[in-house]
Design a protein. Structure first.
Lengths: 424, 188
């Protein structure tokens, strides 16, 4: 039974699986099968499979697709868009998938396009991912030459063109409505929701935006079915996932593992545990915009709802480890500087609140913090929290800060009372 | 209004990398061809603004006021609309940069692995601050959000090439290599 659908074509060598090797390993089997199915049945299959968005939000992918209007009154032109703007701090999974197995992404996008009735797809890739963009470009041409993309695909009457859009920086482009504005040639500022992109997206047409890894789950889910897919997960969530670990561990890297794999197994077995002489102080389970968890949480499974109940988010599933010789205040300052710089400037809590947080954290780190600064930071976290801002950037920025203030409170206090950073 | 949409073409001059006055306000045939090719992928030319900026920057090194006018004129979009895009994206340079742009990852994983120390080292050896270009015009140092290579932190990108698991020695070697390359070029 196949247990590594996302990485089965990825070898130790830094080369992309070409069309010949991809086809030889059952490539495009899901696409061929999909073309024999009713589009609606594919949506149902993906919904029942329990695939949840791998970009971080964890929304049921099939359900997201089901909001696209269809029937005679629905707009004829629809779009499928791949969010390949991987820029979440500490996240390095989509790069791997695009550089090493670009056809898997194309196949997933093709199936999604057919399911929602889109004839044009865009891969919105961050400007820094040159190699991934080149390899995808090559793969698109290969797929076209085999009649797997383009006009009248495999004589089905269905046509699909996929284009690559190379972006030019800015974290906020990962927010799907900001991404759509960028694709339209505007400033990447998030849009008000509703209407959601599924109803009114790119150029006002129904549009589905999914993450790279989400698309990569589709081909095998369609080819091998719901029962196989659900059976991959160890706990509640279905499928497998690329998990990663960075920080001062012995063997940082990425591994495809079942959903629900315990965090301890990921950090201690796969990443080899902490480097000699270091202790794990805490970790961000899914990128820079997730709440810190501590050593007590190591036995939790990497499942969306479990990590959610523990007070954080599984996010992108790429763990950043904080060791006991690295300053937690410094790390939170670094993250806050990132979010402050990446704010699009549209709404006040984010535009003004984040630089304020940076200023306060900087003075604490410099040994000039005031006793009342901790309450000030806690208040700020409230003010930039969910519901107070236009999009999720500022609430995401609050997550590592608010959790650090709880988990590492003593470190903040020591900075203020000792009037210096104890880690320097 | 017509002046907004169609700026008076400024006299065509030979373009140099850094003197804004010498950069043409008219696109070359090659630039136009590449923009037209990208425009085929979108509904209407106005959507291709960012691609056009990238293409022109590839040829001219950066985006001057004249280049903004040239692109806006060609795409028939307001200069202000294009400028709002050009100033928004980090990888579009509205001022001249060095021949080699160092994109140093400053994100969480690289920070844990010591990117601040590396940044200090680069700044000292090039005698610049982040965002500045070295006196010899070769290097520009930019601080970047996560470059997505976190298991090999600390990392940087130079041009389009990634450099991983960095320390001060590997950075010195890299800088020396590039300096040598440009010294050779200038004596050719």
């Amino acid at each position: 039974m196949l247990t590594n659908p996302l990485t089965k074509n990825i070898t130790g060598k830094n080369i992309a699986a070409d069309i010949a090797s991809y086809l030889a390993n059952d490539g495009y089997a899901g696409w061929r099968k999909a073309l024999t199915m009713e589009p609606n049945n594919i949506v149902t299959l993906v919904k029942d499979g329990g695939l949840r968005g791998r970009g971080g939000a964890g929304f049921n992918t099939g359900l997201k697709w089901s909001f696209v209007p269809h029937g005679e009154d629905a707009p004829k032109q629809k779009f499928i868009v791949c969010n390949a703007d991987e820029m979440e701090p500490g996240t390095f999974k989509d790069r791997l998938l695009m550089e090493r197995d670009p056809h898997l992404l194309l196949e997933g996008m093709a199936i999604a396009a057919y399911a929602i009735g889109a004839s044009i797809g865009y891969i919105f890739i961050r400007g820094e991912y040159h190699l991934a963009a080149e390899r995808l470009e090559l793969a698109i041409n290969e797929a076209k030459s085999q009649g797997l993309l383009g006009n009248n695909i495999l004589d089905s009457g269905f046509s699909l063109d996929i284009f690559i859009h190379r972006s030019a920086g800015n974290y906020i482009c990962g927010e799907e409505t900001a991404l759509l504005n960028a694709l339209e040639g505007r400033r990447a500022i998030p849009r008000a929701k509703p209407p959601f992109p599924q109803v009114s997206g790119l150029w006002g047409k129904p549009t589905v935006v999914n993450n790279v890894e989400t698309f990569c789950n589709i081909p095998h889910l369609v080819a091998l079915g719901v029962d196989w897919y659900r059976g991959l997960g160890l706990e509640q969530d279905a499928g497998s996932k690329i998990f990663g670990v960075s920080g001062k561990v012995k063997n940082p890297g990425t591994w495809e593992l079942p959903m629900g794999t315990p965090i301890r197994e990921i950090i201690e077995q796969h990443a080899g545990g902490m480097r000699d002489g270091l202790r794990l102080k805490g970790f961000l389970p899914g990128g820079g915009s997730t709440d810190f968890l501590g050593p007590d949480h190591l036995d939790l499974p990497m499942d969306y709802d479990v990590i959610g109940k523990a007070g954080s988010r599984m996010g992108t599933g790429t763990i950043i480890v904080l060791d006991d010789k690295t300053c937690p205040v410094g790390l939170v300052l670094n993250l806050s500087q990132f979010f402050a710089r990446e704010s699009c400037g549209w709404c006040t809590p984010c535009r003004d609140g984040l630089p304020w947080i940076v200023k306060v954290l900087q003075r604490i780190e410099d040994g000039e913090g005031l006793p009342e600064d901790l309450d000030l930071l806690r208040e700020q976290c409230q003010r930039i929290g969910p519901g107070k801002t236009f999009c999720a950037l500022a609430p995401g920025a609050a997550e590592p800060l608010q959790s650090a203030l709880k988990l590492f409170e003593q470190d903040f206090i020591d900075h203020i009372t000792n009037r210096c950073c104890p880690y320097k | 209004m017509s002046s907004l949409l169609e700026p008076e073409p400024i006299e065509v001059m030979e373009h140099s990398n850094s003197d804004p006055d010498k950069i043409s306000a008219i696109l070359t045939d090659e630039e136009k061809l590449e923009i037209d090719e990208e425009a085929k992928h979108y509904e209407g030319k106005s959507s291709v603004g960012l691609e056009a900026l990238r293409i022109v920057q590839k040829h001219r090194g950066w985006i001057s006021d004249n280049s903004i006018h040239a692109i806006a004129n060609y795409l028939k979009i307001p200069v202000t609309q294009l400028e709002s895009v050009a100033t928004y994206f980090q990888l579009i340079f509205r001022q001249p940069v060095g021949k080699e742009v160092i994109y140093l990852c400053k994100s969480a994983s690289c920070w844990v692995m010591g990117c601040d120390q590396l940044q200090k080292h680069i700044c000292q050896s090039l005698e610049i601050k982040p965002g500045e270009t070295s006196k010899d015009g070769i290097f520009t140092l930019l601080e970047m959000p996560c470059l997505g290579d976190c298991d090999k932190a600390p990392v940087l990108m130079l041009g389009e090439e990634m450099y991983r698991n960095l320390d001060e020695d590997t950075i010195d070697t890299l800088i020396d290599k590039k300096k040598q390359l440009h010294a050779d070029k200038s004596t050719d």
